[in-house]
Design a protein around this ligand. Sequence first.
Ligand SMILES: *[C@@H]1O[C@H](CO)[C@@H](O)[C@H](O)[C@H]1NC(C)=O
Ligand SMILES: *[C@@H]1O[C@H](CO)[C@@H](O)[C@H](O)[C@H]1NC(C)=O
Length: 443
Amino acid sequence: MRTQKYWIILALSLLIVTPDKTSGENILFFFGISTYSHRIPVWPLVEKLVEKGHNVTFVSPFSPKVPNPKVHEFTPKEITLSMEKNTEGPVALHLRSTVKDQSIKSWFGLPNWGLGLCELFLKSPDVRHWISSSKFDLVVIDGLFNDCGLGLAYKFNAPHLIYDTTSIFMWQLEAFGIPNENSWIPDMQYFFPQKMSFLQRLWTTGNSLRCEEFPRSLPPYVIPVGGMHIKENVDPLPKTLENFINGSEKGFVYISFGSSVQISKAPPEIYGAFIEAIKRIKVNFIWKWEGDNLPSNLPSNVFMQKWMPQQALLAHPKIKAFVTHSGLMSIQEAIFNGVPLVSLPVFSEQDYNAERVHTGGYGIRLEITTLTADQLVEALSKILYTPSYKDEMLKKSKAFRDRPMSPADTALWWTEFVLRQGDTSFLKPMSIYQKLLTIQGMG
Ligand SMILES: *[C@@H]1O[C@H](CO)[C@@H](O)[C@H](O)[C@H]1NC(C)=O
Ligand SMILES: *[C@@H]1O[C@H](CO)[C@@H](O)[C@H](O)[C@H]1NC(C)=O
């Protein structure tokens, strides 16, 4: 299903036979080279595992905002310092404004960046001590940057799972024997419109590794578990928000650029376009604004604050649209709640997400670096007054919710499956042994 975006890959190279182990296992989550945002989608699996009596250790450069006392946290400080230095400030929007093909450049830069951090991690005396004094029965590895997790799994003589926070990365296709269907499926790392022209097709096919989550063939050990972080039941809204929403007969639009993009640090003409559009559209707006100061001349139909209970807002019956940076978790929450989108991608796989939203007809994609108030008014008017966007989103929502088990229960079941089975090599697709060209969709 195309909306399911997180995958568990049960990787099979290092296996020990340990039958009937389903509780009290020592499980390592290696998210050592990750941003804070990678914690969020996998956390429900961690909580389910500790509820079942497993002993979970979570390695990450960032401590959790709400720690679970049953989870052991290990925070390698060298990595924390390096990550903070590289991700601070309004980097994302600035990159998009100044480097037009930044999505391609940054994707290619990622593996090297990850490699450097892995080296830093493995050289740390604290880490070496931790490795020599630890034992694990299973290692769950964040799929981006964290290749040194494979070395840890080898060292601990434990089977491992790979958890990808997006769809499969291009460098994983060949490694995991996943059919490369890039003649008809666009790629996550590069942005191309969904209907590819002949030249683009040639180019993507020639570039041998690509991936994403349009309907595609997956080997038996790749399990979609998208949407684990989504709450079935949300907390009630704070009074200030509830009052503001109640004051609007025509409903409200929610604007948020997530946790990494600081819209308050964008050039004033960009957020000025939003303010101008808000003045011209007769609905209420709720805007997650992370700056310390509010912009001047705000119209009365907008409410801004630093933090928003996003899932509760998206679940509110009066919401009409969500203006988003197209982060994967935001899009999944919108799909779950059936809220049509205006997508303004900034970095990472957000272009790819926004493109899917646009061609799927459940939202409209705009370009943030050249945004005008007119464009925003036109897009929002379409979303508010043309029923097809909402209708398409409701169809998506219905399909997204229709699963035999919740995504977190699915992930739990497959994690324990690996613990129970030990040897899962029977799930390995034969294509893993094929040469590159024979598994590409070149026909
Ligand atoms: C649980 O994990 C922690 C941290 O890795 C370790 O110190 C502890 O000994 C483990 N407990 C058991 C019962 O194995
Ligand atoms: C908002 O309206 C709803 C439905 O009319 C009502 O139940 C709720 O109490 C109102 N909330 C506030 C804060 O006025």
